[in-house]
Design a protein around this ligand. Structure first.
Ligand code: SF4
Length: 203
């Protein structure tokens, strides 16, 4: 099977998945979309209202902002793969529950394994936690780190910038650094958990 066919296979499984209770409230599952050879993969949190209606990721206001951000670095959404940690919409857009994240995890893991992007840009704290569970987004956004062989770059979720205007410039500045980082991924160092996380592991 080609990489595209493997991704379509995952999407087919996602559309009929009933592994968690979010399957009961969805209109459409949202597997993710984009080219199988994308250099950049954006990973958000979960579908919202518009995504659930259309079965496509980032098609509401946050999606329009993401497209603006991509345009600011000379890219379009057709050039990147866009997915979410959770593939079905949580009721009233609440935060995903730990058991929902666990139930859905293998889909994103398989997408990452097939695409093997040059850079994974995490959007928001739930997506960041897939790679850097001990990190705080306020401390690590805009800093690329290597994790499990992938270059990960945490950013705030575009929706957060829409709700908090003070974050807008931060998000724009973090996005502006991506082209330079993509050109120097061999210089990006391994992720090291913050010291307090290391201490907690001792107990
Ligand atoms: S959120 Fe994920 S695990 Fe839950 S039903 Fe949807 S696809 Fe399956």
């Amino acid at each position: 099977m080609s990489k595209s066919e493997q991704l379509e296979q995952i999407a087919s499984e996602v559309r009929v998945c009933t592994a968690c209770l979010l399957s009961r409230g969805r209109t459409n599952a949202v597997p993710g979309e984009g080219p199988a050879d994308a250099a950049i993969m954006f990973v958000g949190e979960a579908p919202g209202f518009h995504e659930d209606q259309q079965g496509r990721p980032f098609v509401g206001a946050a999606g329009r902002f993401l497209e603006e951000l991509l345009a600011s670095i000379g890219m379009t959404r057709e050039q990147v793969f866009i997915a979410n940690v959770i593939k079905c919409r949580p009721p009233a857009n609440r935060d995903p529950l730990p058991e929902e994240i666990v139930a859905c995890q293998s889909f994103l893991d398989r997408q990452l394994e097939i695409i093997r992007p040059k850079m994974v840009v995490t959007l928001g704290r739930f997506s960041m936690a897939r790679f850097f569970p001990e990190a705080r987004i306020s401390q690590v956004h805009g800093q690329a780190r290597r994790f499990e062989g992938m270059v990960c770059y945490p950013m705030y979720h575009p929706a957060a910038a829409l709700h908090q205007p003070s974050l807008r410039r931060v998000v724009e500045e973090d996005m502006a650094r991506i082209p330079e980082l993509l050109g120097s991924t061999d210089q990006i160092t391994e992720y090291e958990p913050p010291p307090q996380a290391e201490q907690l592991k001792l107990f």
